[in-house]
Each structure stands twice: as C-alpha cells, then as structure tokens.
Design a binder for this molecule. Structure first.
Ligand code: GDD
Ligand code: MG
Length: 326
C-alpha cells in the first residue's frame, strides 16, 4: 500500500533548527520524526511512501541513501511552486501513478506525532466504504480547536465513526462547536483524485473536505490515544520528552550509549543524542540535545532543543539553539 506524506512546509516555526535540517529529519528521541512516522505506517501495511516535497531532496537522500526508511520505500515528488495540501497530494499521487490504480492510499501530515494504529484506520475505512465513504479522516479531541480543522460527525456507541457533517478549517476563536479536530491522517479511495488535479494550489482542508462533506463521502475515525502536532517549539520539545517519558505506546532511550555525559553533569527529563557531549557541572532538564551537539561546563539548559553548542556557564531557557549556538 502507498502513503502520500506531506512534508513541503518550510518549518518556519522551528527556525533556526530548520535552517539546517528539514522538519521531518529533526530528531524524535533517538530517531527522526520521519523514521517514527515510517515505522508507524509500515506497521499498518504501507510499503511505499511518496514524500510531497517543496524543495530539494538532498538531505533525505543523505539520511536514507538507499531510499528506504524503517522498511518503507521512499519516492520524492518535488513541487516547483508550493501547491498547498490538496495540490501537493494530487501532484505526489500522480507522480507514483496512483491515479491509474483502484487501490486506496494513506495520506499523512508529516509533522504529526501520535499512537494511531494505521491498520485500524484502514480497517475502519474499509467498513466505511460499504456506507458510501470515499475518504476516512482520523480525529482527535483537543482543548483549543480554533488552530485546527474542526469536525462534526455522527457518532453512536455501536458506530463510533460515522459520516462527517461539517468541516471548518481554523474557525475564529470561541466559535468552534466540536472538540474533535482533523488529526492529519487520512485514507483516500483513488477516486478522490478526480477532485485533486495537482496542477495548481488547492487546500484539502478548505476545499476538498467541505466538498466531500457535501457529497456525504467523508467519514470519521475518532480516537483518544496520544496525539500532537510537533510543528511548534513547545510541542516539538514536548514530543521528545514524551517519547522517552513513558507516556507513549513505545518508549525510546533517553541518553544514547555513544553520548558523553560527565559524571558531575545532571540530565533530567531530556533526550541526549548520539555523540553529544554534556560537560562537567552542566544541568540539562526538559530538553533535547541533538546528535553531536555540546553543552558546556556548568551551563544550564531548560526547555530547549540544542542543535549546536551551548558555551560554558551559559544559562538558556525555552530556546531553540541552532548551529550558530547562543
Ligand atoms: N508538499 C507540500 N506543499 N506540503 C505542504 C504544503 C505545500 O504547499 N503546505 C503545507 N504542507 C505540509 C506541511 O509540511 C505539513 O506536513 C502539512 O502539509 C500540514 O501543514 P501545516 O502547516 O503543518 O498545517 P497546520 O498544522 O496548521 O494544520 C493542518 O494540520 C492540523 C493537525 O495538526 C490541517 O490539516 C488542520 O486541518 C489539522 O487540524
Ligand atoms: Mg502542522
């Protein structure tokens, strides 16, 4: 089975980290966000993923030179101009010939970190198809729906999913009438591609989903398992702490065996990557220290993501430290 993975955003909110590394290749625990996503897709039966890219694939080729990631074969569809979400899906799906097949495929926003079972989503979609579904969308409940796509659906105890009755992308604050939002993973029948020509910018959230709702062809798959969008500084750091903190379905190691943490350094609730150094007397808490990054002697780091170097004695809080250091 194929997946189209949307990774063409600029990662603006995670600068300066994303000046050097595309968002999907940032660390999540001891792996990358992309590797965790591919592992999740692979466990759901996905064999091939086409990455819908807005710019050059070189960093991906360097990270995965044989174009395989977590057992999934990678394909790169590169837009010459940004096509927005629906445009990107249509372009990438055609790039690998999905418009010529009748098989359903998965679509995933590349910045989502979650415990969704892709297999359960696909199984639910197959049931929904019997009731007229062309697409099934993963939903999650959140406290502030206004920054997401807000979704109404028909639910009953015997039928937790059901048909979607309304989709409103980022309604103004206080006007959302459902706590359930678009969680950024979908299954599409290949026939949905008739609405996604892929030759001009188009929004799946503002155009395609409302159209499918009108036709009664969009169905819901709500779950209340772990979910977050790692595209903001606070949620990116949070995603890292959670993957080593025991709140996820699977747990990663906090300190890589090849990292050098001085015996008189203190590391709490943090991730330290391969080849990283935390020097004598340094204190690191609620942070991620990237592979090969350094935290100098007696430095104090809290709530940070460190890609470069924190100098000796520096005190840094709630900051993204890029390759230029602080
Ligand atoms: N290839 C390509 N081209 N990808 C793009 C483009 C584009 O022009 N624009 C955005 N993307 C990718 C981003 O890289 C990201 O993986 C995904 O599309 C979604 O874009 P975001 O910018 O992260 O959107 P969002 O987080 O504000 O909202 C989306 O996600 C929410 C869940 O986190 C929407 O899908 C909401 O409805 C949803 O609730
Ligand atoms: Mg996002």
């Amino acid at each position: 089975m194929f997946a189209v993975v949307l990774v063409g955003g600029f990662g603006t909110r995670l600068r300066p980290l994303t000046n050097d590394i595309p968002k999907p290749l940032l660390p999540l625990g001891q792996r990358t966000i992309l590797e965790c996503l591919m592992d999740q897709l692979s466990r759901g039966g996905v064999t091939d993923a086409v990455l819908a890219l807005g710019f050059k694939p070189e960093p991906f080729l360097a990270a995965y030179p044989d174009a395989r990631c977590a057992g999934v074969r990678l394909h790169y569809a590169i837009e010459s101009t940004p096509l927005d979400t629906a445009g990107a899906i249509g372009f990438a799906a055609r790039f690998v010939g999905l418009h010529e097949q009748s098989e359903a495929f998965v679509v995933a926003n590349g910045d989502i970190v979650c415990d969704l079972s892709i297999r359960e989503l696909i199984d639910q979609h197959r049931v929904n198809v019997q009731g007229g579904a062309q697409a099934t969308i993963h939903l999650t409940p959140v406290d502030d729906p206004s920054q997401y796509g807000v979704v109404h659906f028909e639910a009953s105890e015997s039928r937790p999913g059901g048909r979607v009755g309304g989709f409103v992308e980022k309604p103004s604050s206080g006007t959302a009438t459902s706590r359930y939002v678009n969680a950024g993973t979908y299954v599409f029948e290949s026939s949905v591609l008739q609405h996604l020509p892929g030759d001009a910018p188009l929004s799946v959230e503002r155009v395609t989903f409302p159209l499918l709702v009108e036709r009664g062809e969009l169905f819901a798959h709500p779950t209340d398992d772990y979910w977050l969008d790692a595209g903001r500084p606070d949620t990116y750091v949070r995603a890292n702490l959670d993957v080593v903190g025991g709140v996820r379905r699977e747990r990663d190691v906090a300190i890589h065996p090849s990292a050098q943490v001085h015996v008189h350094a203190a590391v709490n609730d943090s991730v330290v990557g391969a080849g990283a150094t935390v020097a004598d007397g340094a204190r690191v808490s609620n942070s991620i220290v990237f592979p090969n990054a350094t935290v100098g002697a007696r430095a104090q780091v809290h709530g940070c993501a460190v890609l470069g170097n924190v100098p000796d004695g520096a005190v840094v809080r709630d900051t993204l430290v890029g390759s230029e250091g602080v």
